[in-house]
Design a protein around this ligand. Sequence first.
Ligand code: SF4
Ligand code: SF4
Length: 294
Amino acid sequence: MIRLAVISGKGGTGKTMVTAALSHLLDGSMVLADCDVDAANLELLMSPRLIRTDPFMGMKSAVIDPSICVPCGECKVHCRFDAVDVQDGSYQINPLRCEGCAVCTYVCPAAAVSMQPRQTGEIMYSESARGHLVHARLVPGAGNSGLLVHAVKKTAMEHDQDCDLFLIDGPPGTGCPLISTISGMDIVLIVTEPSISGLHDLKRVVAVCRQFRPRILVAINRFDLELSFTERIQCWCDEEKIPMIGQIPFDPAVIESVRRGVPVTDSSATPAAQAIQILAAILEQELIVLGKKW
Ligand code: SF4
Ligand code: SF4
């Protein structure tokens, strides 16, 4: 199995659009994962049929047993995250603020606090036209999206390890979810845009990716909106010896395909679809060069 993640240094670059189109164009069996768990939307372009939903238990958080609580207030004094509320003299943990450090369990003189597992999201296992799709949803306000990304990947690997390709729609940015996504990947395709922030965030995400040593490739979406920046990004990629394998033009057909809930390559004649077809052909060569089963 070859593991390929489509990522971006910033949101709104068209990463999910490219992922959906690649799932449409690349040969072989595949399993897909949407690791952008804070704003999962690959399903909007894949029309999956839900097979199963499993709860995701994040880090444990503190719970006070009111029947044992004295109440002395020591937990509130020592909680550095301001996660202990007092209402009418009764002490309660705010689960959205609790960071699970367990300090309150040590300072409580009555042993009234315990650490309990808490559901912070759910993982969905679905079927799409291009293979199984694993996607997830975080409870609003819940953290630990890096842990949830890890759980999404693990679900896909456990259930579909015989597929030729593991294709991931990754999160934007360079934080914990991104690190969890690119860990263990063979290739990352970074989708950027021709702007000052596009170039800046590209540099940052490349620096993070290099710690994990995958093959790094770049594509520019809407490259024709600011050709001077496209040129700057191309020059930087050349200097860094990072192959630029795609330049996708601005194309209203992309918006129309999102509205219809299908990959933009569903209609092969549009400028964006044609550019992604070229990108996919180059990418397929990269996958073959990796020398794994394909
Ligand atoms: S576990 Fe830590 S963060 Fe949570 S309430 Fe206790 S002291 Fe505060
Ligand atoms: S430290 Fe223990 S006994 Fe004191 S208020 Fe907190 S939970 Fe209650």
